[in-house]
Design a protein around this ligand. Structure first.
Ligand SMILES: Cc1ncc(COP(=O)(O)O)c(C=O)c1O
Length: 433
């Protein structure tokens, strides 16, 4: 393995995860409760309580518990399309023949639901202050496509996007917002001067309880809204769109997207621990910030005045002049080690050799082969994704591609001890020797 060695560090040490579930005991209690009362399906007290508690925590009127954050995003996109353009024929999506402006630097689960509904995602670059959708690029995109009425925006790694600006631009154009708060549950944003939870900042909002999230149900997600009719519609769609008739009557397309009462039991047991999970993640971020001081790296940025991230994943970027040569195509990564320099691939491989899990920054959507025909806007204007087809990922354009090239998600597991984190920091330091 071509990395600068660390012979004094035990390569057989305990595995350190990127972000694994942290259980407390109440989860078991609520799961047992479901089993012993035989509510082992997609109805039951755990679902009702989880919905009630999450709606109250996030500060929205209604929460609909679903099988995944992706399901919440899908039904959000479908509902947005129906509101904007009317209901669709059964074999067509509600966004058919329409475009939506979507975060470029995110997990593809944020944006795929636009395609599920036959819409065309147009990608908007990130800004450097939060790594999220750049309002300046969004404005330019609206100049080019003034008829767009839907924005899908994520809060990357638990850091809130510039929602004040994004909401103002949306309002100017009569556009609806799907807020992907899958990674940011518990993060707050100062909207109109008031601290507001992410998950309540769009017209349709989604959170995730996937196994690596800040709290988990092993899987699961939620659709959050202040609109009773929207909540009822999503609940109906998620349970196969049965009409209130004595037989199985279907007047709308349905989905099997409801959360199970077992999964809801795990989420119910996790909810009281959300604040302490955020505290633990924040402490991890602070330890990295201090421990990596003096190296040519920066932690993922956030707007300290207007946001309180949940610090789900701590990430770093390497200064440009401290990057050794790294190439990544659509399959493989390689690099040439260089004294005093490093790159995300070197750090990733070094940590992996010591049983430590890290993760590349999300590869921007405009560099993804499946989206290569789609338009992409940076603060400098429009770029065609097709321009990148077949090129090395290092040749992407804009801020998101630069963060992908120079960045890495660091192990951020809230069961990692300070000593274990010290080992991670020491190994990163040695990559720059
Ligand atoms: C930004 C983002 N959006 C959407 C999702 C999808 O959530 P889920 O895995 O619950 O479907 C995830 C995580 O998996 C995510 O990180």
């Amino acid at each position: 393995m071509a990395f600068k060695g660390a012979p004094d560090i035990d390569p057989e040490g305990k595995k350190i995860w990127l972000s694994s579930p942290t259980m407390h005991g109440e989860e078991q209690m609520w799961v047992n409760d479901a089993l012993s009362t035989n509510w082992v399906s997609t109805v039951g007290e755990n679902i009702r309580e989880t919905e009630r508690q999450m709606a109250s925590y996030v500060g929205v009127k209604y929460a609909v518990a679903l099988s995944a954050g992706t399901a919440a995003l899908h039904l959000a996109a479908r509902l947005a399309g129906e509101k904007l353009y009317g209901s669709a024929r059964v074999n067509e999506g509600t966004l058919r023949k329409h475009r939506a402006f979507c975060s470029d630097l995110t997990f593809d689960a944020s944006v795929n639901p636009v395609a599920y509904e036959n819409g065309e995602a147009i990608f908007i670059d990130s800004e450097r202050e939060t790594w999220n959708m750049d309002p300046a690029a969004l404005k330019i995109a609206f100049e080019r496509y003034p008829d767009v009425r839907l924005i899908v925006t994520a809060h990357l790694y638990g850091t809130p996007a510039k929602m004040q600006e994004i909401r103002e631009i949306a309002a100017e154009h009569g556009a609806l917002i799907v807020e992907d708060a899958a990674e940011s549950l518990g993060a707050q944003y100062r909207l109109n001067g008031n601290w507001t939870e992410t998950g309540s900042l769009g017209h349709f909002n989604a959170i995730s309880f996937n196994g690596n999230k800040i709290i988990t149900g092993s899987s699961g997600g939620m659709f959050l809204t202040d609109d009773r009719e929207d909540a009822e519609k999503v609940r109906k769609w998620s349970t196969q769109s049965r009409e209130a008739t004595p037989w199985y009557q279907h007047e709308e397309l349905g989905y099997n997207y409801r959360m199970s009462n077992i999964v809801a039991g795990i989420v119910r047991g996790q909810i009281p621990h959300l604040p302490e999970h955020i505290e633990a993640k924040k402490a991890i971020y602070e330890r990295y910030r201090k421990g990596l001081e003096g190296l040519p790296v920066r932690m993922n940025a956030f707007d300290a005045e207007n946001s309180r991230p949940n610090f789900w994943l701590s990430c770093l970027t390497i200064e440009e002049d401290a990057m050794c040569r790294q190439t990544r195509d659509d399959r493989k990564a390689s690099y040439i080690p260089e004294a005093g320099k490093s790159c995300p691939t070197e750090i990733f491989e070094t940590l992996a050799a010591f049983q430590i899990e890290s993760r590349p920054i999300w590869k921007p959507m405009h560099l993804q082969p499946i989206y290569r025909d789609h338009a992409f806007f940076t603060a400098d204007g429009e770029v065609s994704c097709r321009d990148f087809a077949g090129l090395s990922a290092e040749n992407g354009s804009g801020v998101g591609a630069d963060i992908f090239r120079r960045g890495l998600c660091l192990p951020s597991d809230n069961k990692m001890t300070p000593e274990e984190q010290g080992k991670v920091i020491e190994l990163i330091r040695r990559c720059f020797d």
